[in-house]
Design a protein around this ligand. Structure first.
Ligand code: PHE
Length: 373
């Protein structure tokens, strides 16, 4: 698509009941923040490129312009995500139709690139997930995937098996990357599970008095290589979230800022300058509105958040469940506190009241819940 905007009408059939992608999400397609060299995400992407170009034994081929609309097969089946995995649900993933999703991870491109014969590659792109709302979650974010394939002659003389060889190479490469980005930090490896790798690990670094998860990775499942015509080879793969890292590297306090066109944000970053500390332009006051209702069986927090984001856009900062109880009749009540705050200006009472009114009406009619107050 080459950074070209994708219009909803071009990909969604008017009547398709499967589509759960709201207009607000369609409006983000094609913006490609990771391809802007003066944007924190572009600066971080380029810094990771630099690391692999200068410190790794072989050069990686880079992709940062692959279309975010992918098949269900590419996003899930090809990377061995089980049929009953939650990530496949309509509550977690955006479906354009029954066979097409907005990719929920850059791993969606692994199998195809392997089939095309690539053995070293980095894929950067926008990814999409339905989720709750707070300072670190936004339904569109950016990931970078790395894959490196080894043929048997590469580990033959190492005295270890292919899996051990790949795992060691992976860990060394990623420890080097963390150092390149964060300097001399304490790190630890945590065992974890991904459907597409085995063994699987998470790398954490000790940063600003907390253990921070930096990325997920592992040795690629043999079936993925087999299906790509690479029966005798072994590979490693990693995936990292650019926003998560950029927020700590640049001191960016809220994930919505990445989407801001306000020059007071954009002018603070420039090409090649990794880790410039963001200076907040005075923090505007938040406004809290509570809303409680009796939920029904189909209620989910992701559906609620989607409605609120659809109405308030980037003016909503957080949606928090503050009370939850079930009465004697078995009815369950939830109370949510919605924080409204603009990153750019003060909001008026009138404007917030109108948003809240809209939210209440829409939540009631679309989610079929019964408002309590
Ligand atoms: N796709 C995983 C995620 O989105 C990250 C990952 C990529 C893990 C490759 C292992 C290997 O969380």
């Amino acid at each position: 698509i080459g950074g070209v905007k994708i219009a909803k009408d071009d990909v969604v059939r008017e009547s398709d009941p499967t589509n759960n992608v709201p207009d607000g999400i369609f409006s983000k397609l094609g913006l490609q923040l990771h391809r802007r060299d003066n944007h924190p995400l572009g600066i971080l992407k380029n810094a990771i490129y630099d690391y692999f170009d200068t410190s790794y034994s072989t050069k990686f081929v880079k992709f940062d312009d692959l279309c975010p609309l992918v098949s269900v097969k590419a996003n899930f089946d090809d990377v061995l995500v089980p049929a009953d995995h939650v990530s496949r649900s309509y509550n977690d993933t955006y479906y354009v139709d029954a066979n097409t999703v907005l990719r929920c991870h850059t791993s969606a491109h692994q199998a195809e690139l392997l089939r095309d014969g690539h053995t070293h590659f980095l894929v950067t792109g926008d990814v999409y997930r339905r989720d709750s709302i707070d300072a670190t979650h936004y339904p569109v974010f950016h990931q970078m995937e790395g894959v490196r394939v080894f043929s048997p002659d590469e580990w033959a003389s190492s005295g270890t098996d292919g899996t051990t060889y790949a795992a060691n190479d992976l860990k060394k490469a990623l420890e080097g990357l963390a150092q390149h980005l964060f300097g001399a930090v304490e790190m630890r490896w945590v065992d974890t599970y991904f459907p597409f790798t085995n063994p699987s690990f998470e790398l954490e670094i000790y940063f600003q008095e907390k253990w921070l998860e930096v990325l997920g990775c592992g040795v690629t499942e043999q079936d993925i290589l087999k299906q790509s015509g690479r029966k005798v080879d072994v590979a490693w793969a990693f995936g990292l979230g650019l926003e998560r890292l950029a927020m700590v590297l640049f001191d960016i306090p809220d994930i919505r800022l990445f989407w801001s066109n306000d020059p007071r944000f954009t002018s603070q970053f420039s090409e090649g300058q990794l880790g410039t500390k963001f200076k907040p332009f005075s923090k505007f006051p938040p406004c809290y509105k509570d809303m409680s209702f009796w939920i029904n069986d189909s209620f989910t927090e992701n559906n609620l958040c989607e409605i609120i984001r659809g109405i308030a856009g980037d003016l909503v900062e957080e949606v928090l469940l503050i009370d939850n109880f079930t009465n004697k009749k078995g009815m369950t009540s939830h109370c949510y506190r919605i924080a409204y705050r603009s990153m750019e200006r003060s909001l008026t009472d009138e404007e917030i009241n109108k948003l809240q009114w809209d939210v209440r009406e829409t939540v009631q009619s679309k989610l079929n819940v019964v408002l309590r107050q």
